[in-house]
Design a binder for this molecule. Structure first.
Ligand code: SAM
Length: 213
Protein backbone atom coordinates (compact mmCIF):
# COMPACT_ATOMS: atom_id res chain seq x y z
CA UNK A 1 0.00 0.00 0.00
CA UNK A 2 1.25 3.49 -0.82
CA UNK A 3 2.44 5.35 2.30
CA UNK A 4 3.24 2.29 4.41
CA UNK A 5 7.00 2.21 4.78
CA UNK A 6 8.75 -1.16 4.65
CA UNK A 7 10.07 -0.66 8.20
CA UNK A 8 10.41 -3.96 10.01
CA UNK A 9 8.04 -4.36 12.97
CA UNK A 10 10.97 -4.63 15.37
CA UNK A 11 12.15 -1.15 14.32
CA UNK A 12 8.78 0.52 14.88
CA UNK A 13 8.70 0.08 18.65
CA UNK A 14 11.15 0.09 21.52
CA UNK A 15 11.04 -3.04 23.74
CA UNK A 16 12.76 -1.22 26.60
CA UNK A 17 10.01 1.43 26.63
CA UNK A 18 7.22 -1.15 26.65
CA UNK A 19 9.04 -3.04 29.44
CA UNK A 20 9.12 0.21 31.43
CA UNK A 21 5.34 0.62 31.12
CA UNK A 22 4.76 -3.01 32.07
CA UNK A 23 6.91 -2.63 35.16
CA UNK A 24 5.37 0.69 36.17
CA UNK A 25 1.81 -0.16 35.12
CA UNK A 26 0.13 0.10 38.52
CA UNK A 27 1.81 3.36 39.52
CA UNK A 28 1.48 4.83 36.03
CA UNK A 29 -2.22 4.06 35.78
CA UNK A 30 -2.87 5.70 39.15
CA UNK A 31 -0.99 8.89 38.34
CA UNK A 32 -3.89 11.07 37.25
CA UNK A 33 -7.64 11.14 37.42
CA UNK A 34 -9.83 11.51 34.35
CA UNK A 35 -10.04 15.19 33.59
CA UNK A 36 -10.65 17.37 30.63
CA UNK A 37 -7.67 18.70 28.74
CA UNK A 38 -8.12 21.33 26.00
CA UNK A 39 -6.98 18.99 23.21
CA UNK A 40 -9.33 16.20 24.33
CA UNK A 41 -12.13 18.74 24.68
CA UNK A 42 -11.55 19.97 21.11
CA UNK A 43 -11.33 16.39 19.77
CA UNK A 44 -14.62 15.38 21.40
CA UNK A 45 -16.18 18.63 20.22
CA UNK A 46 -15.71 17.91 16.51
CA UNK A 47 -17.12 14.37 16.68
CA UNK A 48 -20.81 13.48 16.64
CA UNK A 49 -22.28 11.42 19.51
CA UNK A 50 -21.68 7.73 18.87
CA UNK A 51 -18.70 8.40 16.58
CA UNK A 52 -16.21 5.51 16.46
CA UNK A 53 -12.85 6.37 17.99
CA UNK A 54 -9.65 4.32 18.13
CA UNK A 55 -7.41 5.18 21.05
CA UNK A 56 -3.73 4.30 20.67
CA UNK A 57 -1.51 3.92 23.76
CA UNK A 58 -4.45 4.40 26.15
CA UNK A 59 -2.30 3.93 29.28
CA UNK A 60 -4.47 3.65 32.39
CA UNK A 61 -7.64 4.39 30.39
CA UNK A 62 -8.40 7.87 31.78
CA UNK A 63 -9.03 9.49 28.40
CA UNK A 64 -11.07 6.51 27.17
CA UNK A 65 -13.22 6.80 30.29
CA UNK A 66 -13.79 10.47 29.53
CA UNK A 67 -14.61 9.87 25.85
CA UNK A 68 -17.02 7.04 26.71
CA UNK A 69 -18.79 9.33 29.17
CA UNK A 70 -19.07 11.90 26.36
CA UNK A 71 -20.96 9.36 24.26
CA UNK A 72 -18.21 8.23 21.86
CA UNK A 73 -17.79 4.57 20.84
CA UNK A 74 -14.18 4.06 21.92
CA UNK A 75 -11.86 1.17 21.09
CA UNK A 76 -9.01 1.49 23.62
CA UNK A 77 -5.66 -0.15 22.77
CA UNK A 78 -2.17 -0.29 24.25
CA UNK A 79 1.07 -2.14 23.53
CA UNK A 80 1.82 -2.85 27.20
CA UNK A 81 -0.02 -5.85 28.65
CA UNK A 82 0.31 -4.36 32.13
CA UNK A 83 -1.30 -1.06 31.19
CA UNK A 84 -3.97 -2.74 29.07
CA UNK A 85 -4.93 -4.71 32.20
CA UNK A 86 -5.03 -1.53 34.29
CA UNK A 87 -7.22 0.19 31.69
CA UNK A 88 -9.55 -2.83 31.58
CA UNK A 89 -9.92 -2.57 35.33
CA UNK A 90 -10.80 1.12 35.10
CA UNK A 91 -13.13 0.82 32.10
CA UNK A 92 -14.79 -2.52 32.83
CA UNK A 93 -14.35 -3.52 29.20
CA UNK A 94 -11.82 -5.22 26.95
CA UNK A 95 -8.73 -3.24 25.97
CA UNK A 96 -7.04 -4.47 22.80
CA UNK A 97 -3.35 -5.36 23.28
CA UNK A 98 -1.88 -3.81 20.15
CA UNK A 99 1.36 -2.10 19.19
CA UNK A 100 1.12 0.85 16.82
CA UNK A 101 2.81 -1.11 14.03
CA UNK A 102 0.15 -3.83 14.35
CA UNK A 103 -2.73 -1.49 13.42
CA UNK A 104 -4.13 -3.01 10.25
CA UNK A 105 -7.61 -1.66 9.61
CA UNK A 106 -9.07 0.36 6.75
CA UNK A 107 -11.61 3.20 7.00
CA UNK A 108 -13.04 1.99 10.34
CA UNK A 109 -12.89 5.09 12.55
CA UNK A 110 -14.21 8.65 12.65
CA UNK A 111 -11.40 9.64 15.00
CA UNK A 112 -8.05 8.43 16.34
CA UNK A 113 -6.85 9.72 19.73
CA UNK A 114 -3.14 9.24 20.50
CA UNK A 115 -2.19 11.30 23.53
CA UNK A 116 1.50 11.23 24.43
CA UNK A 117 2.15 7.80 22.93
CA UNK A 118 3.37 8.06 19.31
CA UNK A 119 6.24 10.04 20.79
CA UNK A 120 7.79 6.62 21.52
CA UNK A 121 8.00 5.62 17.82
CA UNK A 122 11.52 5.93 16.31
CA UNK A 123 11.62 8.80 13.81
CA UNK A 124 12.41 6.55 10.85
CA UNK A 125 9.32 4.44 11.57
CA UNK A 126 6.93 7.32 12.28
CA UNK A 127 5.69 7.86 8.67
CA UNK A 128 4.82 4.15 8.43
CA UNK A 129 2.85 4.22 11.70
CA UNK A 130 1.10 7.46 10.71
CA UNK A 131 0.19 5.85 7.37
CA UNK A 132 -1.50 3.03 9.31
CA UNK A 133 -3.50 5.64 11.24
CA UNK A 134 -4.38 7.42 7.98
CA UNK A 135 -5.61 4.15 6.50
CA UNK A 136 -7.69 3.29 9.59
CA UNK A 137 -9.55 6.61 9.42
CA UNK A 138 -12.65 7.19 7.33
CA UNK A 139 -12.42 10.09 4.86
CA UNK A 140 -12.88 13.29 6.86
CA UNK A 141 -11.79 11.48 10.07
CA UNK A 142 -9.88 13.39 12.77
CA UNK A 143 -6.53 12.34 14.22
CA UNK A 144 -5.14 14.01 17.35
CA UNK A 145 -1.69 13.19 18.76
CA UNK A 146 0.91 14.87 20.96
CA UNK A 147 4.71 14.71 20.98
CA UNK A 148 7.53 16.00 23.16
CA UNK A 149 9.65 18.29 21.00
CA UNK A 150 13.43 18.29 20.71
CA UNK A 151 16.25 17.54 18.34
CA UNK A 152 15.71 13.89 17.47
CA UNK A 153 15.68 10.32 18.81
CA UNK A 154 16.83 9.82 22.39
CA UNK A 155 15.93 8.53 25.85
CA UNK A 156 14.76 10.25 29.03
CA UNK A 157 16.32 9.58 32.44
CA UNK A 158 13.80 6.77 33.00
CA UNK A 159 15.11 4.92 29.93
CA UNK A 160 12.07 5.54 27.72
CA UNK A 161 12.73 6.13 24.02
CA UNK A 162 11.36 9.30 22.32
CA UNK A 163 11.41 10.69 18.79
CA UNK A 164 11.75 14.28 20.17
CA UNK A 165 10.81 15.88 16.81
CA UNK A 166 11.17 19.39 15.47
CA UNK A 167 8.14 20.98 13.78
CA UNK A 168 9.76 20.22 10.41
CA UNK A 169 10.30 16.54 11.26
CA UNK A 170 6.65 16.18 12.21
CA UNK A 171 5.39 17.98 9.10
CA UNK A 172 7.55 15.71 6.94
CA UNK A 173 6.37 12.53 8.71
CA UNK A 174 2.70 13.45 8.38
CA UNK A 175 3.20 14.58 4.79
CA UNK A 176 4.76 11.23 3.87
CA UNK A 177 1.96 9.26 5.56
CA UNK A 178 -1.10 10.23 3.52
CA UNK A 179 -3.32 12.98 2.12
CA UNK A 180 -4.48 15.20 4.94
CA UNK A 181 -7.10 17.83 4.22
CA UNK A 182 -5.83 19.76 7.22
CA UNK A 183 -2.80 19.58 9.50
CA UNK A 184 -2.49 21.88 12.55
CA UNK A 185 0.56 21.83 14.80
CA UNK A 186 0.24 23.80 18.03
CA UNK A 187 3.18 24.24 20.36
CA UNK A 188 3.09 24.38 24.15
CA UNK A 189 5.00 23.40 27.28
CA UNK A 190 4.33 20.68 29.78
CA UNK A 191 5.70 18.02 32.09
CA UNK A 192 5.56 14.26 32.12
CA UNK A 193 6.05 11.22 34.34
CA UNK A 194 9.75 12.15 34.59
CA UNK A 195 8.76 15.63 35.90
CA UNK A 196 10.89 17.37 33.21
CA UNK A 197 9.24 20.38 31.57
CA UNK A 198 9.62 20.27 27.79
CA UNK A 199 8.23 21.67 24.57
CA UNK A 200 5.15 19.77 23.32
CA UNK A 201 3.51 19.60 19.90
CA UNK A 202 -0.23 19.01 19.66
CA UNK A 203 -1.10 17.80 16.16
CA UNK A 204 -4.56 17.63 14.68
CA UNK A 205 -4.86 16.14 11.22
CA UNK A 206 -8.01 15.57 9.19
CA UNK A 207 -7.97 12.89 6.51
CA UNK A 208 -8.92 14.37 3.16
CA UNK A 209 -12.62 13.89 2.47
CA UNK A 210 -11.86 12.56 -1.01
CA UNK A 211 -8.91 10.21 -1.02
CA UNK A 212 -6.87 9.11 -3.96
CA UNK A 213 -4.69 6.51 -2.25
N1 SAM B 1 -2.18 8.00 26.43
C1 SAM B 1 -1.97 7.75 27.84
C2 SAM B 1 -2.09 9.01 28.64
O1 SAM B 1 -2.17 10.08 28.05
O2 SAM B 1 -2.12 8.90 29.87
C3 SAM B 1 -0.62 7.06 28.11
C4 SAM B 1 0.58 7.84 27.70
S1 SAM B 1 2.15 7.03 28.11
C5 SAM B 1 3.26 8.41 28.08
C6 SAM B 1 2.56 6.15 26.60
C7 SAM B 1 1.69 4.94 26.34
O3 SAM B 1 2.04 4.40 25.06
C8 SAM B 1 1.83 3.82 27.34
O4 SAM B 1 0.55 3.37 27.71
C9 SAM B 1 2.61 2.74 26.58
O5 SAM B 1 2.33 1.42 27.02
C10 SAM B 1 2.15 2.98 25.16
N2 SAM B 1 3.11 2.54 24.14
C11 SAM B 1 4.44 2.80 24.07
N3 SAM B 1 4.98 2.25 22.97
C12 SAM B 1 3.96 1.63 22.33
C13 SAM B 1 3.86 0.89 21.11
N4 SAM B 1 4.94 0.68 20.34
N5 SAM B 1 2.65 0.42 20.73
C14 SAM B 1 1.55 0.64 21.51
N6 SAM B 1 1.58 1.32 22.68
C15 SAM B 1 2.77 1.82 23.07
Amino acid sequence: MAGLSPVAARDAHDPQTLAFYDREATAYAARRSPKLNPQLDAFIGVLRPGAEVLELGCGGGQDAQFMLAAGLAVTPTDGSAGLAREAERRLGRTVRLMRFDELDETACYDGVWANACLLHVPTAALPGVLARVWRALRPGGVFAASYKGGEGDGRDDLGRFYNFPTRETLEAAYGAAGDWGRLDLEQGEGGGYDKVVRKWFFCTAVKAATVGR
